[in-house]
Write a protein that binds this ligand. Sequence first.
Ligand SMILES: Cc1cc2nc3c(=O)[nH]c(=O)nc-3n(C[C@H](O)[C@H](O)[C@H](O)COP(=O)(O)O)c2cc1C
Length: 305
Amino acid sequence: MERKITPVVISTALGLGGRGIFPYTLWPDYRKLLKAVRETQTAVLTKSSTRFKRMGNFIPWNPLTWKYIQRLPGLGMLNAYGLTNPGAAKAAAEIRLAVEDGFHVIPNFYPEFAKGTDQAIRETLEALEIFQFLLGRRFWAVELNYSCPNSAEEIRENVEQGLKCSREVRERYPNLFIIAKISICHPYEFAQELEGLGVNAVHAINTIPYEIIYCPLSHPRSPLWRAGGGGVSGGPAFAAAYYYNQGLRRKVKLFLIMGCGVTSRDDVKKYFDIGADAVSFCTLALRDPREAAEIVRMEFSTRNR
Ligand SMILES: Cc1cc2nc3c(=O)[nH]c(=O)nc-3n(C[C@H](O)[C@H](O)[C@H](O)COP(=O)(O)O)c2cc1C
């Protein structure tokens, strides 16, 4: 398995283990995407796990919760998924299966700062031990998710916690490639401080809070307002994400994975043109896996020309 971030990476859309989400796996175009990702050794960032099982808002087998993931016009999505997952041990076991199956997978972990900073960091370190134990040498990188779009205020407030957590992970794992996933609500100083303490890469950005994308005059409130508003991804998020990333590139030198809003090859090129070291996408893989597969294959042939 390659120990590097490929120029194009798939974020979240291949699930907790990184080899596909059921029932998407029943869809031939999505299966073709999985094949392309495996054959090209494209890096896959998983869906977030937490240390212990967590019941989020969206439960795949409960139709009453399906409203927490909605389609938006322009190849967009709105989600208040809420991090449903079976915990780090099961996630690690799934990742191991994916890696053994030939996928190039990097785990994404969500430190639950709502439990208190010290507890969240303790749980993060425990989860990393589990990944290390189950993946061995194939555990060379981790993505720490500091950017779940609960509310803009909550995200802004987690800066100190994110820095402390990254520092402790850096100390405990000096050779681990750490990716910090940040939000449009984070000030650029957050990325600069992460760079200063030795984080290897920043992934900008996660889904964008609904009220940032949609003007309150034309869209008075999010259809998911009861669940905090939800995060917008895909086409409707591109302009704001592009603007944020353009500014961020001027502030940091570290490896920058730019993403959010990619719906075409043209968008990938736009991010490379403003200095992305790698470009990520998620929603495109779920809404138009055929285009996603073409991007993956095209990027691979450019890389190997
Ligand atoms: C349904 C759904 C679930 C997501 N779950 C996670 C997650 O568990 N962890 C995470 O870091 N990002 C998660 N994301 C965010 C994506 O990885 C990505 O950063 C975001 O959607 C922006 O990129 P895009 O416009 O290409 O989708 C999720 C996005 C969607 C649409």
